[in-house]
Write a protein that binds this ligand. Sequence first.
Ligand SMILES: [Zn+2]
Length: 389
Amino acid sequence: MPKISADYQEVSHLYHKRTNLSRAENNNRNFPRTYLTKPPAPPSYPISGTNPYFTNTKSDPYSATDTRVVARPLYKIRQASSQGNGLYSTQSIPKGKLILKESPFLVLPLYNNGENPPKELYHKAYHRLSPEYKTLFWSLYQRKDDDSEKSQSMNVINTNSIPFSRRHEYDEMEEKVNSLGLFRTLSRINHCCRPNAGWYWYQEDNQMRLYAYTDITPNEQITVSYLSHDDLLLPSIKRRKALLDGFGFECTCSACNLAWSAPLPQSEWNIRKYQFYRSKWTNQHILDYAANFSQSLAQLGTSLDILSSERLFDQMGEVYEKIYEVYAVHGIFHKAKAAARDLLQHYKVVMGFREANKTWVASQANDPTKYPLWAKLAKASSRQGRRKR
Ligand SMILES: [Zn+2]
């Protein structure tokens, strides 16, 4: 993996390596008929926004500081009409807004290759919980289909845990997902194939943060994707199977409902088109891909349009990055800079202001000539330009 995309890899795949984790990450929650206790109330502490760019358009997005405090929680947990319990907005939430941050109350290590730990560790982790947390533990949903764990405590953990990557001092660059966490509120968020939010692990704070990927209207359900980047692009029938096998529920999200109509809805054709374009840039070195300047930019532009209309926001980072690289290898300073800023803004939405500013793109957004292959094709493109004239 070239260094240039290391951070992007982290963003796009870190929390999407969930495909391999299958049941371990099943955190679908239907209505909790098995509540042993009253469900815990959502936390009432004020939430401080860390992503002021999208809440205060007047300020300079690149110098804004983390000061905004929201007086009441942006969400509440309530029963969803068909899907059972879910997280709902209590007010309008602008794209990029930090919805909540939360530390796990139970953490289990994952072994190499994302393997689940031995049974004893599950039981140990449970028995270490205080009575208050045990109550919370049993208020989480348990999977009830044939594939569910026989041990109730393992069922709760496998059904509700969220995989994340805890980085240690010695392997700071380690991207592998290596932990499973149970969270008071985050573990109750439902899946949608067109999610309006996503989470990002903040190692320094030991907290998972949930960011709005789109503008969210009051009383709208807040959803994330349980599927990987790639699996989210599968046709609905395959997505539904992956969700049923991995998480034990039928997806009834709008994208899946729509897909039942025949003939194949336009949206699935659009996604196929995007996947075709994507195969072009993923299977070629950037110097080869960008050699046909106008064609590559046309494909990338169409891809952005498709992802935007299909509400596949999380995938857009990869396209912004590619647009940046195409301009950068041609040495077109202002276009490259603008593209890098689009990418940086995307990162601010998916990981918040602070982490986004630590990525490689933060410095290249000011000076795209730092791109390792800067202007490598510049001569070729100016020759082409002359020929055209
Ligand atoms: Zn769906």
